[in-house]
Each structure stands twice: as structure tokens, then as C-alpha cells.
Design a protein around this ligand. Structure first.
Ligand code: MV4
Length: 507
């Protein structure tokens, strides 16, 4: 096993990786930017080195500087975490050239999955189901011809993209040429690559992803699925395992497809194969993430397998210690991402000092936190504070524990999205498992906005009623009337209506 490793990341994921290393007696080196001198990952590490100014392009994204620290500190391997350099095949190559093991798949596997057209090609050859789509679109005429047999709506995607960036839905043929033009120029400026392709647009899909794990001896297994449909503007907020939607047959078929996908690119390490699943449980390959994911904890909770330890041991050349038949799914786990953002202000980031902090505990609760009391959350990075997960014998127990844990969580000094989670975890459609990727924006937040409007209307009506009464009774100020108005007909009617309509304020 490695004698020392470097983690090229920050925040809660770096803390998570350090925990695995501690359990394996591996000393850990970390790097930090000027904004992260006092960060938790720096405090947890055995050694820490400054790598530059706060903006990540000048610190966490500077491959040369990170590799230099790794070599200088005597680390043998580099764990990239997620984000930053984690899916950059050039960084993986540079590590190898510096004599460091990159804890992840080969640069070739990363490159072929990083280019979405290349990935679709490889998946088709491996017999993994794909959404009907086109090769690269090179002109409007050729695009019209290729899309004809697929039919509308379609979605244009940049081949160099991923995670929904630069996607464009085209509803009608007459909009194609303009959409293609703008997709191309956005792709060029975002990714330095203007290749675009089209897929049939799947309506109200679920996002279900399969965790895979492979060693360098040809062994590939899957660790079942994570349901990730609870997301807002392409940002996941709640993930769970198993999916409440898919059947055991679909689960098995998706697991096998994911293993074929990984095998076809000689994958090694931990990876995730993302699928869209339609209402009829047909599933289609979307993309493969060649890194450890934010939401890996729910898989760990239902399988009992420590994914980070597995990453380290396969990177060190060891064989997987289990076969597919040894892997079982026990109970259910749900995770919510706790962000420093203000749900009342369109989820704007809410950086600042954490003046009080008490994390929950108790049966079935896991808190992967990256901050501490007194810490100042910087505005330069993703504002993820913690991932709170709960395990239960079944989904209801997991959700009950998560709600209970959220109610224990105290974070003061900054705004967090905890109130959003509390509302979500009581929503009837979430509880019944009846949701798709459009649920948060279309149902949950739309409903909350309507409630806010309704509440405002009720308050306005009540104030008007109170003013009216004040004027009539000549009994003093509005506040007095409003207070007395506990008994006034207008106030009572407003209150009764709000209660009877039930939708608002019940979750
Ligand atoms: C799609 C799709 C519908 N049809 N592709 C968004 C993220 C990126 N990985 C792919 N995405 C989508 N691709 C076809 N052919 C709908 C989405 C999509 C989505 C996917 C997963 C999770 C959330 C989503 C939210 C909106 C759209």
C-alpha cells in the first residue's frame, strides 16, 4: 500500500478521503489556497502546503504546482476528489510522468468518456442502450437530414460538455438552425470545442446512476444504483439508494449494462454510469463520470463497502476483495446536500462566518462535513457545507431519521438550504417516490412560490380588512386592530382559508 498520498482537493471530500487514509494508516498531504489557510481539510491533514491565491484557476487547478508538492513531500499517489482536476486526463498523464499514481482510471478511459460523442460510440459498440441520436452535426442541412428520422423534440448537446452545460432543447424543426448556431458558439467559448450532436429529448426522465468498481486485473462489479432525480437547475440536492422507482429486473439490467460500459474502456477504480430512465423503465446511457462522486455515501451505506478504501487499494494494484455475488443491498439510504445558500433568495450563495454549529448524530446518521464553528465560508468555491445521510431498514425509516437529523442540525451566522430539505422530505410526491428530474423546479419550488404569493395576498387582504375595521370603529391603530382581529371576521376567514387549502404550509 502507498506510504503517503496527496489529496488535490478541499472541503468535505478531502476530509472524507483523509478519514479512509487514517483507517489505512496512510499519511496524507493536502494543498490549500490563500482562502483556505484555516480550512478543515488543512487541520485534518498530516502535512499541508500553500499553492496560491484563492481563485481555483490559480490554485486547485494548477496541475504543475500540485504535482510539484506531491513529489517534494514524498507522496506516492494523488487522489483528485471530485471537480477541479478529477476528470482531466492530462493531469492524470502528468502524474504518471512524474512517477505518481493517479487514483482513478487510465487517462485513455478518462478521455474516451470525457468526449461525449466518443463515449456514445464506445457504448454502442458495447451494447449499452443509447437515446436515439446523431453523430456530430456539421451543417444545418445535414442536421435536418439526420434529425428527420428521430423526430422532435430533440436536445442539442456539446460533445465536450457534460452535466447539462450548454444543452439546448429544440421543440420544432424551424428552430433548429438558430439553436445549432447558438449551441455551437456557446460550446466554443465554454469548452474550446464547438462539436455538437443531437439526441431525442426524453420527457420527464429520471436520473438513475450505477456505481461501478474495477481493478487492474479485469474484475468489474457494480454496487447498484443511486436515484438522483431530486435536482435543481442541474445541481443534485438529494440522492438515495436504492431508487424507489426501478424494479429488480431493471436494476439488474442497468447493473449489467454499466459493467459492460466500464469493461469496454478498460476502466479501473470507482466510476459512475449515468442513465436516463423513462416512465416505462427504458433506460439510456447518458455519460460516465470517471471520479468518486459527491453522493457516494448512500452507496456505502447500503452496501457496507468503503469506496475510498477500494479506490486506494485498486490504485495500489490490489484485486477487488469480492465478486458481484458477494455484494448485497441492505436497507435504504438518503443524503441531502447542505449548502450555504439562501432558499428565500433564489438559492444565492451565503458565505460568511459560522457563529454556531452543532451536527446531528444518533442511530443511522452520517454527517460528512467540511466546516467547523468559527470558520468563515469563503465565496470562491462550491458552497457545500456538509452531506447529511441517513440509513434505515427501509426507505421510510431512512427518511424519518434524516428528518430527525435535520431538525437537530444547528448552523448559525449563514443561511443554509436546511428549510428546503425539511419541506422536500415531507412532500407527498417525494414520500411516494413519484418524482422525476423536473420535480423540484416544476412542483416543489413552483408550489412554494405560489404559496408565497398567496400568503402575501392574504396578508394584504387582512391588512385592508383591519384598516377598514379601524376606520369604522375608530379604535386606534392598525396594529391594535390586527391584534384584536384574532377575533375579526376578515382575519378569521383568511386564516381558515389558508388552513383549508392545505397545500400551502402543510409541507
Ligand atoms: C437529456 C434529457 C432528456 N433527453 N437527454 C442534463 C444533464 C446531462 N447529464 C444530461 N441531461 C439531460 N439529458 C435527453 N436525450 C434530460 C436531461 C436533464 C437532466 C438529466 C439528469 C438530471 C437532471 C436533468 C434535468 C434536466 C434535464
Amino acid at each position: 500500500m502507498f506510504k503517503k498520498i496527496l489529496v488535490a482537493n478541499r472541503g468535505e471530500i478531502t476530509v472524507r478521503i483523509i478519514r479512509a487514509c487514517r483507517e489505512m494508516d496512510i499519511p496524507v498531504v493536502v494543498v490549500y489556497s490563500d482562502a483556505d489557510r484555516t480550512a478543515l481539510h488543512v487541520r485534518y491533514a498530516d502535512e499541508a502546503y500553500s499553492i496560491g491565491p484563492a481563485p481555483s484557476v490559480e490554485s486547485y487547478l494548477v496541475a504543475e504546482r500540485i504535482i510539484e508538492v506531491a513529489v517534494r513531500s514524498g507522496a506516492e499517489a494523488v487522489h483528485p476528489g471530485y471537480g477541479f482536476l478529477s476528470e482531466n486526463h492530462r493531469f492524470a498523464t502528468m502524474c504518471a510522468e512524474a512517477g505518481l499514481v493517479f487514483i482513478g482510471p487510465s487517462p485513455r478511459a478518462m478521455e474516451s468518456m470525457g468526449d461525449k460523442l466518443q463515449a456514445r460510440h464506445a457504448m454502442a459498440a458495447a451494447g449499452v442502450p443509447l437515446v436515439p441520436g446523431t453523430p456530430e452535426l456539421t451543417s444545418a442541412e445535414q442536421a435536418h437530414e439526420l434529425i428527420g428520422p428521430i423526430g422532435y423534440p430533440i436536445v442539442l448537446k456539446p460533445s465536450a460538455g457534460g452535466g447539462g452545460k450548454g444543452m439546448r432543447v429544440v421543440e420544432r424543426e424551424e428552430d433548429l438552425a438558430a439553436a445549432l448556431e447558438s449551441a455551437r458558439s456557446e460550446a466554443l467559448s465554454s469548452f474550446g470545442d464547438d462539436s455538437i450532436y443531437a439526441e431525442r429529448y426524453v420527457l420527464r426522465p429520471r436520473h438513475v446512476e450505477i456505481q461501478v468498481l474495477a481493478d487492474n486485473h479485469g474484475n468489474v462489479v457494480h454496487l447498484f444504483e443511486r436515484e438522483c432525480s431530486i435536482q435543481r437547475r442541474h445541481q443534485k440536492v438529494v440522492e438515495e439508494a436504492p431508487s424507489p422507482f426501478i424494479t429488480p429486473d431493471t436494476r439488474m439490467a442497468m447493473g449489467e449494462a454499466a459493467v459492460r460500459a466500464a469493461r469496454s474502456v478498460d476502466y479501473a477504480g470507482a466510476g459512475t454510469v449515468e442513465f436516463l430512465v423513462d416512465a416505462e423503465q427504458r433506460f439510456y446511457f447518458l455519460e460516465m463520470n470517471t471520479r468518486l462522486q459527491v453522493e457516494h455515501a448512500v452507496t456505502e451505506l447500503v452496501t457496507g463497502i468503503d469506496l475510498v478504501k477500494m479506490q486506494l487499494s485498486v490504485a495500489a494494484g490490489e484485486r477487488l476483495p469480492f465478486t458481484q455475488d458477494d455484494i448485497t443491498l441492505t436497507g435504504a439510504a438518503v443524503e441531502c446536500r447542505i449548502y450555504a445558500e439562501d432558499p428565500d433568495r433564489d438559492f444565492m450563495p451565503s458565505p460568511g462566518r459560522i457563529t454556531a454549529l452543532r451536527a446531528p448524530g444518533g442511530p443511522g446518521v452520517r454527517d460528512d462535513i467540511g466546516v467547523y464553528e468559527g470558520y468563515e465560508v469563503p465565496l470562491y468555491y462550491d458552497p457545500l457545507l456538509s452531506k447529511l445521510s441517513a440509513w434505515g431498514r427501509d426507505r421510510d425509516e431512512a427518511i424519518g431519521r434524516l428528518r430527525r437529523a435535520l431538525s437537530e442540525y444547528v448552523i448559525e451566522g449563514i443561511k443554509t438550504n436546511i428549510p428546503f430539505h425539511q419541506r422536500l422530505l415531507r412532500h407527498p410526491d417525494f414520500l411516494s417516490g413519484d418524482f422525476d428530474t423536473t420535480f423540484v423546479d416544476r412542483r416543489l419550488l413552483a408550489h412554494a412560490a405560489a404559496c408565497a404569493d398567496e400568503e402575501l395576498a392574504l396578508v394584504a387582504a387582512a391588512v385592508l380588512a383591519a384598516m377598514h375595521e379601524t376606520a369604522r370603529s375608530d379604535a386606534g391603530d392598525i396594529a391594535g386592530a390586527a391584534e384584536a382581529g384574532g377575533g375579526s371576521p376578515a382575519w378569521r376567514r383568511a386564516g381558515r382559508r389558508a388552513a383549508a387549502e392545505g397545500g400551502c404550509g402543510t409541507w
